[in-house]
Structures are given as C-alpha cells and as structure tokens.
Design a protein. Structure first.
Length: 164
C-alpha cells in the first residue's frame, strides 16, 4: 500500500515535471527563422513535419552559462517508445549531434501532435505558406502510457508574424 502510494506520487511528479518543461519551452519560443545543419533556411519558424513525431523550434533557455547565448534550438522527438527533449548548444547548430538529451517519458505507447492556427487543427506545421512565419496558437499533445491516455493543450502565446 505504501509502496503503491510512493509509486503513484513518483508518476505524478514525473508528469508534472514533463508538463512544466514542455509548457515553459513553448511559452519561451521565439518566432525566428531556423537553418538546417548545412546553413539552408527552413521554410518555417516552428517545424513539425508531416508524418513525424517531432517538433522543432527556437526558445530562450537559461543554460546557466554566463558566456553563452540564451537562444537555443529545442527539439522534442519520439524514438523507440521514448519521448526525448533535445536542447542544442545554439539556435542554428552546425552538427546534428550537438545537443544534450533528456528523457521526458519512457514506455510511450502512442503520441500525436496537433497544431491550431486559431481556426483549424493540423497534424503538421507549417500547414501552408501563410503559417510558415507564424507560431501555432495552440499545441495539442495526445499520448498513451501504460494503457492510460492523456491530452495536453498548450498555448505558446506568441501571436506575432516573423517579418524578414
């Protein structure tokens, strides 16, 4: 009974931490252009490719290093039943392995991402040329762990349009 209680509390703490981390990252996202590892511009300021379980954007992150920029690339990705957060050392990294990784969830059975432009939901972002310079108004994460389903809806609160 006591062990079950501690296990449940640990699970709740893990969910709270994951939720806080994802919300913080999305609310500190910057609507700025990104580049790939070859220096080519992405056609998006917030990227969730069609058919993938990944999400990439630029955010302000205090890494604790006084000499480094707070502007970092953040990527959330699903691989082999794990949900990872990758924080790159810069906003436009030269190397695709130039990050440190944190496990958000293990034993992930299913994850789907949806993005709202304020009127409609899409399973990828940007959904058209008009949204390539915008952030989604809402991000929905639906996932299952241990036969339990969860749904989080997060508002990045960034309504400006990137103007080159």
């Amino acid at each position: 009974s006591r062990e079950t209680t501690f296990k449940k509390l640990d699970e709740i703490q893990k969910f709270n931490l994951a939720s806080s981390m994802i919300k913080r990252d999305l609310r500190q996202a910057l609507n700025v252009p990104m580049r790939d590892y070859f220096g080519n511009a992405y056609e998006a300021t917030f990227l969730a490719p069609e058919g993938s379980s990944s999400l990439t954007f630029t955010a302000l992150v205090d890494s604790g290093d006084v000499g480094s920029s707070w502007v970092k690339r953040i990527e959330y990705v699903v691989e082999d039943g794990f949900f990872y957060r990758r924080q790159y050392f810069s906003d436009n990294p030269y190397l695709n392995q130039d990050y440190f990784q944190s496990t958000i969830f293990d034993e992930l059975e299913q994850l789907s991402l949806q993005f709202s432009d304020g009127d409609n939901w899409s399973e990828f972002w940007p959904k058209d040329p008009m949204t390539s310079s915008k952030m989604p108004s809402l991000v929905k994460l639906s996932f299952s762990i241990n036969d339990k389903s969860f749904e989080w809806i997060i508002a990045p609160n960034i309504d400006n349009v990137y103007q080159p």
